[in-house]
Design a protein around this ligand. Structure first.
Ligand code: MG
Ligand code: MG
Length: 262
């Protein structure tokens, strides 16, 4: 299937995408159980990989473009694509974890930013507003609107707080490929861009910073960080375009149930 064409999914395909997306939420909930100061990021990655393999799927990111791990774990000023390893999570870290699964031929892709231990009020606010902006974007993801309506809603929400919208990375269509058309920027003009059509499945994923939106890639070829060193947050849902109201295929419910009882 061509990656450069927007694909409209069948209801059967949407159910498979839902299964894969829900498994991502459940995997992130397993990670939520053990994330705490003193844990190294490789341990989180190993847990996620085993959980995905135990549930009839394979990690969606491992080997994708050569990425070496199951999770992208990006801490504080790291925005996305951080590689798990020996780094130990510290009290006060904000930890963005992005996870992908491939199940029955379809990808799930969702991300959540965790506040570990005593996180500063400033950074907690960033997390809250970033998550809100995701839902503002989802509100616009209905048939007849355009991609720019989503980006505008995200941008408009976060910029009132002086936050930055990362430009260099965007959301995307999702299906048999992890990244399909159209691109879903987190900034834009109302009424601009490709039209949203019923049964399109897209990942909306605001990457929001406390300062500049300028980012740079590390010499590891993956990790993206803010150039001013201020924290970033990242939340991502997979959704299907419907009339009137988008349907969210992924979920944070399992994660937040764990966090509530921690
Ligand atoms: Mg993702
Ligand atoms: Mg994505």
């Amino acid at each position: 299937m061509a990656k450069d064409k927007v694909t409209i999914k069948t209801e059967e395909e949407i159910e498979l995408l839902r299964k894969s997306s829900l498994l991502v939420g459940k995997t992130l909930a397993e990670v939520a159980k053990i994330i705490e100061p003193g844990v190294n990021t490789a341990k989180l990655d190993k847990l996620a990989e085993e959980y995905i393999l135990d549930h009839g799927a394979i990690p969606g990111f491992k080997g994708y473009g050569g990425f070496p791990a199951t999770l992208c774990i990006s801490i504080n000023e790291e925005v996305v694509h951080g590689i798990p390893g020996n780094r130990i999570i510290q009290d006060g870290d904000v930890v963005s974890i992005d996870c992908g699964t491939l199940m029955n031929g379809f990808y799930g892709d969702s991300a959540y930013t965790f506040a570990v231990g005593n996180v500063s009020k400033k950074n907690l606010h960033l997390l809250e507003i970033t998550k809100q902006s995701l839902y503002k974007g989802i509100e616009q993801a209905v048939s007849g609107k355009r991609v720019g309506d989503i980006g505008f809603a995200v941008q408009n929400h976060v910029e009132q707080f002086g936050y930055g919208v990362v430009r260099d990375l965007v959301g995307h269509g999702l299906g048999r490929n992890l990244h399909e058309k159209p691109e879903i920027p987190n900034f834009g003009r109302r009424g601009s861009g490709p039209k949203l059509i019923e049964r399109m499945v897209i990942a909306i994923e605001p990457m929001i910073t406390r300062g500049t939106y300028e980012v740079a890639q590390d010499s590891d070829g993956w990790t993206i960080r803010t150039t001013d060193g201020k924290a970033a947050a990242h939340f991502e849902h997979d959704i299907v375009i419907r009339k009137g109201k988008a349907e969210i295929l992924s979920t944070f419910d399992y994660i937040e149930e764990v966090l509530k009882n921690k």
